[in-house]
Write a protein that binds this ligand. Structure first.
Ligand code: ZN
Length: 293
C-alpha cells in the first residue's frame, strides 16, 4: 500500500507510477478512517485489516489525479521525531568520526521544519546548507523494549526524507546544535508517500541518493546501515516508548557537502533531487533568504 498526505487528507495511491489515482480514505471507508493522517496511525492495525479486506481499487470509486504540489509529509504531526547520525561507515569516516558501536548519535528535527516532497526552501543568511538523503521510518504500533526480531511489526511504512542541515549553526558554540541547525523552515521534506514494508522485495536494502542540479552527490544502499531499521527501533525503544506516527530519520550515506574537500554547499537557485528506491523522489528548489516572497 502507498498512502499519501494529499491536502491534509489520508489518501490511497492506486495505479502504476506515472498514472496514479488517489482514493480518499475517509470517503472510501464511509468515515471509519481518516480523514487526516495522524488518526490513521492511531488505528493502524484496524486500518490495514480494513484495507486488505476491502482491497480498495479505482473501479467504481471516485478517484482524483495526483497533484504533487499539495502533498504533505506522510506523518505530519508525530509525537516524536528521531534522527540518527553517523549510521553509514563511509559517512562517519568523511565526518571525521569512528563508526558507532553501542548506539549512534540521536537528535531531533523539529516538526515545524516538516513539509511534503516538492518545495521551495529559503537559504538562511550566512549559512552553509547541506544535503542528507535518508530513509525515513514511520511507526505504526507503540512499543517499549521492542525486540529486533519483531521490530518490523512496529513499522507502518517507509518514506524518503532530506535531513537538510545548516552547518554553521549546527556546529557553532561549545557543543553542537543538531536539532536547531537541521530545523529551519522546510528543512525536513518527506514523501512523496508512505510505502508499507510488504511492498518491497527487501525493505532492508534500498538504494538511495541525491543530485544537485543533476550532478549525483550521494548514492548508497540502506543495506549498508550500521544500525538497520530493526536495530534502530530496538535501540531507541530501550530508552523511550515509540508511538504510532513517530518519525525516524535513519541517517545519511557518504557524499555530504561538509565532508568534501573543498567543502560544497547549496547555492541560491539550485535544485536538489533525492530518491529512495521503491518509494519515490523529492524535489527542492533553493532561494536566498532575501528573496522571501
Ligand atoms: Zn541526517
Amino acid at each position: 500500500m502507498r498512502i499519501a498526505n494529499s491536502n491534509s487528507r489520508a489518501t490511497l495511491i492506486l495505479g502504476p507510477s506515472g498514472a496514479e489515482r488517489l482514493l480518499d480514505i475517509a470517503t472510501a471507508s464511509a468515515g471509519r478512517f481518516g480523514p487526516e493522517l495522524p488518526s490513521l496511525y492511531q488505528d493502524w492495525a484496524a486500518f490495514t485489516a480494513w484495507a486488505s479486506e476491502h482491497r480498495p481499487h479505482t473501479e467504481n470509486a471516485r478517484t482524483a489525479t495526483l497533484d504533487r504540489a499539495v502533498l504533505g509529509a506522510p506523518s505530519p504531526m508525530p509525537r516524536q521525531v528521531f534522527a540518527v547520525g553517523l549510521n553509514y561507515r563511509a559517512h562517519a569516516s568523511e565526518s571525521g568520526f569512528d563508526a558507532p558501536t553501542d548506539l549512534p548519535p540521536i537528535f531531533t528535527k523539529y516538526v515545524s521544519s516538516f513539509t511534503g516532497p516538492d518545495t521551495e526552501v529559503a537559504l538562511p543568511d550566512g549559512g552553509n546548507v547541506d544535503w542528507e538523503i535518508e530513509l525515513v521510518v514511520i511507526i505504526g504500533k507503540a512499543g517499549f523494549e521492542i525486540d529486533v526480531s519483531n521490530a518490523w511489526d512496529h513499522v507502518a511504512g517507509l518514506t524518503a526524507g532530506q535531513d537538510i542541515s545548516e552547518r554553521v549553526s549546527q556546529l557553532r558554540g561549545p557543543a553542537p546544535q543538531f536539532g536547531l541547525g537541521k530545523s529551519f523552515p522546510g528543512f525536513s521534506p518527506q514523501g512523496p508517500w508512505l510505502v508499507t514494508p510488504d511492498e518491497f522485495d527487501n525493505p532492508d536494502d534500498l538504494e538511495l541518493g541525491c543530485a544537485l542540479d543533476g550532478e549525483e552527490l550521494q548514492k548508497g544502499r540502506t543495506g549498508e546501515l550500521i544500525f538497520s531499521v530493526p536495530a534502530l527501533i530496538a535501540a531507541l525503544s530501550r530508552t523511550v516508548t515509540l508511538y504510532p506516527g513517530d518519525v525516524i530519520f535513519t541517517g545519511t550515506p557518504a557524499g555530504v557537502g561538509v565532508g568534501r574537500d573543498p567543502q560544497r554547499f547549496v547555492q541560491p537557485d539550485q535544485r536538489l533531487d533525492s530518491w529512495v528506491e521503491g518509494i519515490g523522489q523529492l524535489h527542492q528548489h533553493f532561494r536566498a533568504a532575501t528573496d522571501r516572497k
